[in-house]
Design a protein around this ligand. Structure first.
Ligand code: MG
Ligand code: MG
Length: 253
C-alpha cells in the first residue's frame, strides 16, 4: 500500500532529508585521495548525531547477513551499492558512491551521490553525468496523473542511449515512516504502467548504472553489491514529495 502523507508528515520527512543532504555535502568535501571510507563514516555519524538524529542504515538488518555496521554505504568503483566503510584508502581516479539515510522525529530521509576521487577518466565522468541526468529524468516524470512506470521508463530511455547496464535487482522506493515503503520503483519499465502518482506521496528515485552489463553479484559480507564484470558503477538518489501535483526534491543539496 502506498501511504499518502499529511503536510505535517512531509515537514518531518523534509527535515530528515535536509540533514541527509547536509551530511552528503559535508562528507563530499572530505572524500579525497588518501582518505579511508571509515573516516568518512565517522564524520557522517558525528554530524548526524549532533543534529539530534539517528543514522538510519547503522544496525539495519537483512536476512542472511550481519546488521549493517556503517552510517554510510560507501561503494567504490565496481561496488554498486551497500559497500561497508573500511580502512580502504581512496585512490586517484576512482568513483565513490555515498548513500546515507537519517531518522528524525521517526521519519526517514534517503539520498546518494557518486563523486570523483582525484582525476577520473572521461568514460567514468560520462557514466556519472548520465546517471545523475537519469535521476532528474525520473524526477521530471514524477507528476500527479502519471504512473510509477513513467518514472522507470524515463530513466531507462535516457540510459539506453549510452548502452550502459541498468541494475535490475535494486530499485527506488517509498520513504516515510519506514526506510523502504511501497511502491518499488525499478529503473527500467513500461510507461503508463503501475500505480498512479498522487499528491502526498514521498519516495526515493535511485538509478544504479554500470559501465558494463547490468549483472551484479553480492559479496561474501552479505551486503556489498558489485558489478559481475567488475566495471565501474554510479548511483544517484533523491527523496521527493509530490506537492501541488509536482515533485519537490527534499534532499536537494
Ligand atoms: Mg534508497
Ligand atoms: Mg539510499
Amino acid at each position: 500500500m502506498i501511504l499518502i502523507k499529511t503536510k505535517n508528515e512531509i515537514d518531518y520527512i523534509r527535515e530528515s532529508c535536509q540533514i541527509v543532504a547536509d551530511t552528503l555535502k559535508l562528507v563530499s568535501t572530505y572524500a579525497k585521495v588518501g582518505v579511508t571510507t571509515l573516516e568518512l563514516d565517522k564524520i557522517a555519524e558525528d554530524f548526524i548525531r549532533s543534529n539530534n538524529s539517528i543514522p538510519a542504515f547503522k544496525g539495519y538488518s537483512q536476512a542472511g547477513s550481519i546488521d549493517f555496521p556503517g552510517t554510510l554505504c560507501t561503494s567504490v568503483e565496481s561496488e554498486v551499492v551497500h559497500g561497508i566503510p573500511s580502512n580502504r584508502v581512496l585512490v586517484d581516479g576512482e568513483v565513490l558512491s555515498i548513500d546515507v539515510g537519517v531518522i528524525k522525529n521517526k521519519y526517514y530521509g534517503d539520498s546518494a551521490v557518486s563523486i570523483a576521487i582525484g582525476e577520473i577518466s572521461d568514460e567514468k565522468k560520462q557514466l556519472m553525468k548520465v546517471t545523475e541526468e537519469a535521476l532528474y529524468k525520473g524526477i521530471e516524470a514524477s507528476v500527479e496523473g502519471n504512473r510509477f512506470g513513467d518514472i522507470s521508463y524515463a530513466i531507462e530511455e535516457h540510459v539506453n542511449q549510452y548502452g550502459y547496464g541498468i541494475v535490475r535487482e535494486l530499485c527506488g522506493h517509498g520513504v516515510g515512516r519506514y526506510l523502504h515503503e511501497d511502491p518499488q520503483i525499478p529503473n527500467f519499465g513500461k510507461s503508463n504502467s503501475g500505480p498512479k502518482i498522487k499528491n502526498g506521496m514521498t519516495f526515493a528515485i535511485e538509478p544504479m548504472i554500470n559501465l558494463g552489463t547490468h549483472a551484479v553479484r553480492v559479496e561474501k559480507d552479505g551486503w556489498t553489491v558489485k558489478t559481475a564484470d567488475n566495471s565501474t558503477s554510479a548511483h544517484f538518489e533523491h527523496t521527493v514529495a509530490i506537492i501541488n501535483g509536482k515533485p519537490e526534491i527534499l534532499t536537494s543539496r
